[in-house]
Design a protein around this ligand. Structure first.
Ligand SMILES: [Zn+2]
Length: 313
């Protein structure tokens, strides 16, 4: 029987969704203050247990996106169960960490990118894109990557004495279908649209599902390669990506960023960020129908319950 309310055990905690090169959070001497949580909800089992750690006086919930041993490929990541599990713990802020390819000469491997936009080009190759298959809910996907959180991540990266030009804030990340890398022609087409800066495989629907779950979300990406648009880069492979993650010490960069981020982070006011309130006013279906259906309430009670005001549609 699914819970119709979230547990909200750690309402102040910040989620960290670790991708390639970040399958565990073994950074520094962080103390594990709570046992790992494996939270199976109405939308299935998350990629792995969520481990709570304390860094700089704040709690972080770490979720390995690809599971233990990187056993879940990008196109099979249970992003819906992952967002639900984070929200079930009470987490309302999450940082997605991703390895990406660059579409621009000026953004070389080793650059940290905090994009401001996403283009979902996954072409249906994901297990799910929404929680709302059985109810009619249209959330806003404007500012899908939270500006407030993105700025805080950027500031934390900048404070790390990164070498000049190694942090880029802005641009769009194109999310490709995977699991294969793109073709050179696809890479050229993606370069035609000016805001497109990087390509990845996991940023969306992770961002959309976090948005639907009332979680503010932004991504921090490490450029590992130039994708395949340059004449001199006729292919990109796993060893190139893996070597880059080691060479640029991705795990260490994330650790340093979180150590700076934690003491500086303050929950935004409603004026600064409305990301956690997207469901409010987005429910088009008659609220009474949802509220009076045990099946719908079992699935959606936790996500929609507080927003079901009973007003006529
Ligand atoms: Zn926001």
């Amino acid at each position: 029987m699914a819970r119709t309310m979230f547990q909200d055990l750690y309402p102040e905690a910040i989620g960290v969704i670790g991708g390639s090169g970040l399958s565990r959070m073994g950074i520094g001497d962080f103390v594990e203050v709570h046992p790992p949580h494996m939270l199976e909800g109405p939308f299935g089992q998350p990629s792995g247990p969520i481990t709570m750690r304390e860094i700089g006086g704040k709690l972080f919930g770490f979720l390995p996106r690809h599971g233990e041993g990187h056993r879940i490929p990008a196109h099979k990541v249970p992003a819906r169960a992952n967002a639900w599990a984070l929200r079930d713990l009470g987490i309302r802020t999450a940082i997605g960490c991703c390895a990406v390819g660059s579409l621009r000469k000026g953004v070389p491997p080793g650059t940290l990118v905090i994009p401001s936009g996403l283009v979902n080009d996954t072409q249906g190759n994901r297990p799910a894109y929404t929680f709302f298959d059985e109810v009619t809910v249209h959330i806003s996907r404007a500012e899908l990557l939270c500006e407030y959180l993105g700025a805080a991540i950027t500031k934390a990266c900048s404070a790390n004495n990164q070498r000049e030009g190694s942090i880029f804030r802005g641009g769009s990340c194109v999310v490709i279908p995977g699991p294969g890398f793109g073709t050179p022609d696809e890479s050229h087409i993606r370069r035609l649209h000016n805001p497109n800066l990087i390509v990845g495989m996991t940023q969306d629907p992770e961002a959309t599902l976090c948005a639907e779950a009332g979680i503010r979300y932004a991504v921090l990406c490490l450029v590992t390669d130039y994708d395949v648009w340059r004449k001199e880069d006729t292919s990109v492979d796993v060893s190139e990506v893996t070597n880059a993650l080691i060479r640029w010490d991705w795990e260490g960069l994330i650790g340093k960023m979180l150590e700076r981020f934690a003491p500086a982070w303050e929950e935004p006011s409603a004026k600064e960020c409305l990301c956690t309130q997207r469901v409010h006013g987005a429910i088009q279906m008659d609220h009474h129908v949802i509220r009076e259906s045990p099946d719908l309430m079992e699935l959606y009670g936790a996500l929609l319950g507080p927003h079901l005001q009973g007003r006529p549609i």
